[in-house]
Design a protein around this ligand. Structure first.
Ligand SMILES: [Zn+2]
Length: 721
């Protein structure tokens, strides 16, 4: 066994040579180190945390074989593809292989030429496979992916995973590490017990995904809501999840009718069609997929910008996993859940008679979706982690950003709706949401006049309101259980016991205003200037073509974030290109000349400078006092970006220090950090809104100016007065 220092050097060297990264994230580093020490482990690493590196690196560093057990052929194929792009010998043993392909893998295994072997649980436990793995140099370690499937307490139990306890019997002393993206503490313990792990180390990553904005909207116009969300992300990856196969097709068709090229995906489609859809999505030929949850496992497209749930998911774990497919590259992305109480009832009927545990899991999601608590906080706490919400909120969920606002006169509105519904139900004819809304709006359409409903009390009570708004209130009251809708082709509305109680006791009702949504603006990712953006768009076109030509997913060629860095730095030489984070040896050798040629042509056409992105940064860094205080940096004045780099802190930390510095030193201007227009807009908003709260100012500015900047402007204005 190599000494720890040697190991560390080996890890850094392999990481840089193969992937072009300079360092691992702290959790990855701990997991890799445990693996190199041959320890059993349970690793819970949320999507986007870089889970696969944790079991790939030890195999490369030690030149041994790691067997990865995975439930999905598509996922194995993707990982093997990614590894071969970066030059690591890997293979997958599964039923899709021809006899020759299989023989070639067996030969490589016997010769000790493979670093990673992917295999399904069933395949692994065949006597022939077990024997094969005991030959030659044998297996150095096992990694079990999607390990939550072993626990009946999880959301995705698979009986074949239960048999994996046999690994420890067949390979005593060989370390086993279990990986999953979602597991509550209870499921984590169960995984260790079921697998018979010995003194397992436990690593749990941070569940919160700060680059995701969560929104829950009422499902009053399904296709309209989906189209609205998709429209915020033109030409970018969007996944719409539906509960039923038939919904995927009808919604995809409805989106196409609205001019959005959406494609349906579900397990009932022929294999080759499904393969083609996945491939086109990975190669960015198709951007909008309407799918059942069968889609996405193993789809590793990192630049999915929006995940929409057309129906409430069956568990929080499922929700975390599915929304986790958005923004894996760390760029701002959005998750929209369309909620309706009707869907909850529909699911309950489907689950009735089965394992009662599933109803508990559903109830947890229902509570999450109907609560008015910060979504980031609720999700983190579900997985047993604290999430302190700062003043002004998380800035990335509907609750905190005012996407959900309590309707001021909720009580009066609810009372009026209930009274009208009772009056209507006392008449002879049954009625639905449409009639109730029409009566409240004072509509004189035939359907209402026929029933004499224009004489009902409450007729025209909301005559000055918009129809959508009134319908949304009625739907919310159904969601709150104050009204109920019967099933069948002509759903009939009625007032529930709880609804009557509100009228009798005046119990509090909160209705929500849906505020116009804007594209997720939380600034956590790379921001490109216009010139770099233009080059980046060219890179993406090139990547799409290359990905189709090579038959590999676009992200395995280069991640978005890497291409963004290349576009803004615009290296002129292979060395400068190779120095950029995310560009490994093999990628540089294979695609470097194409990128450099595009950069050169672009520079000639547009006059854009080369090696520019990097140069000013280095110069201004040098001009700053080393290890200087924030005050020194602000006086320089250094840009927020530079200070982040020097001090290795997040932008929000620097903005916080800037606000304090502005308040105490009273500088003449804050224009080194904020443009005059932003300052003027915030100034106007502060004057218009008044008070000391930042949230109303943020909302007044339609969420276009982050809290950090508002704080600095406020501090500056206070020094002026
Ligand atoms: Zn929040």
């Amino acid at each position: 066994m190599a000494a720890p220092v040697m190991e560390q050097e080996g890890v850094s060297e392999a990481l840089n040579r193969v992937w072009g990264f300079n360092e691992l994230r702290p959790l990855q580093s701990e997991v890799v180190s445990a693996s190199l020490k041959n320890r059993d482990a349970v690793v819970v690493m949320p999507t986007g945390g870089g889970k696969s590196l944790c079991f790939q690196l030890p195999a490369i560093v030690t030149n041994t074989l790691t067997v990865v057990i995975s439930p999905l052929i598509a996922l194995m194929k993707d990982q093997v593809d990614s590894l071969s792009v970066v030059g690591v010998p890997a293979a997958a043993l599964n039923s899709s292989l021809s006899a020759e392909e299989e023989a070639s893998i067996v030969a490589k295994l016997r010769a000790g030429d493979l670093r990673l072997l992917y295999v399904s649980p069933e395949r692994l436990l065949l006597p022939a496979t077990l024997n094969l793995l005991k030959q030659g140099r044998g297996v150095a370690r096992f990694a079990i992916d999607e390990a939550h499937c072993i626990s009946a307490w999880g959301h995705d139990f698979r009986p074949e995973f239960r048999l994996l306890h046999r690994i420890k019997e067949a390979f005593p002393g060989v370390p086993v590490q279990a990986f999953t993206a979602t597991a509550t503490p209870k499921v984590q313990r169960d995984i260790a017990i079921q697998l018979g792990l010995e003194r397992p180390l436990k690593f749990v990553g941070i569940f919160d995904r700060p680059n995701l904005t969560y929104r829950i909207v009422s499902k009053d116009d399904t296709v309209g809501r989906i189209a609205e969300a998709v429209g915020r992300y033109p030409d970018e990856g969007v996944i719409v999840y539906c509960l039923a196969r038939k919904d995927t097709e009808s919604i995809a068709n409805a989106l196409v009718a609205r001019g959005i090229s959406a494609v349906a995906y579900h397990a009932g489609l022929p294999n080759d069609v499904r393969r083609k859809v996945s491939e086109n999505f990975a190669q960015e030929k198709v951007n909008v997929i309407v799918a059942t949850v069968a889609f996405g496992m193993g789809i590793d497209r990192g630049n999915v910008r929006c995940v929409i749930h057309e129906c409430i998911p069956k568990s929080m774990e499922g929700y975390q996993q599915e929304t986790g497919r958005a923004g894996r590259d760390g760029q701002p992305s959005e998750c929209v859940l369309l909620y309706s109480h009707g869907d909850v009832l529909r699911l309950k009927r489907l689950l009735a008679g089965g394992d009662p545990h599933h109803l508990t899991l559903l109830e947890e999601v229902r509570r999450f979706a109907t609560s008015h608590e910060c979504r980031h906080k609720a999700l983190s706490e579900h997985f047993g982690q604290e999430y302190p919400v700062s003043e002004g909120g998380c800035g990335a969920c509907d609750v905190c950003t005012g996407g959900m606002k309590r309707l001021g006169n909720s009580q009066a509105v609810a009372t009026r709706i209930l009274e009208t519904a009772i009056a209507l139900s006392e008449g002879e004819k049954s009625f639905g949401v449409g009639v109730l809304a029409g009566v409240l709006l004072g509509s004189r359409v035939k359907m209402i006049l026929e029933r004499g409903a224009d004489r009902a009390p409450g007729f025209g009570a909301f005559a000055s309101e918009e129809k959508e708004r009134v319908s949304s209130w009625i739907h919310q009251m159904v969601d709150l259980g104050l009204l109920q809708v019967s099933s069948g082709d002509y759903p009939v509305l009625s007032v529930t016991e709880a609804g009557r109680e509100v009228l009798e006791t005046g119990a509090e009702v909160s209705l929500i205003e849906n505020v116009a949504l804007v594209r997720s603006v939380k600034a956590t990712g790379t921001e490109l200037d216009a010139v770099s953006e233009e080059l980046y768009v060219k890179f993406r076109t090139w990547r799409r073509a290359t990905s189709a030509e090579k038959g590999v997913p676009a992200y395995v060629i280069f991640h978005d974030a890497t291409l963004m860095r290349v576009a803004s730095i615009r290296p002129s030489t292979p060395e400068n290109l190779r120095a950029i984070s995310g560009v490994g040896d093999k990628q540089a050798a294979e695609y470097g000349s194409s990128l450099l040629r595009m950069i050169r042509e672009f520079a000639e056409e547009t006059g854009a400078g080369l090696d520019t992105g990097a140069t000013p940064v280095i110069q201004s860094t040098k001009a700053l006092p080393k290890n200087g205080s924030y005050a020194d940096h602000f006086e320089a004045p250094a840009s927020i970006e530079d200070i982040c780099r020097i001090a290795s802190v997040k932008p929000t930390t620097v903005w916080g220090h800037l606000a304090t510095w502005v308040a105490t030193t009273k500088p003449k201007s804050i224009e080194p950090w904020l443009d005059a227009e932003t300052i003027a807009r915030v100034k106007a908003a502060l004057a218009a809104v008044g008070g000391t709260q930042l949230k109303p100012v943020f909302e007044y500015l339609s969420e276009t100016v982050p809290y950090d900047k508002i704080r600095v402007v406020r501090a500056f204005l206070e020094t002026e007065s």
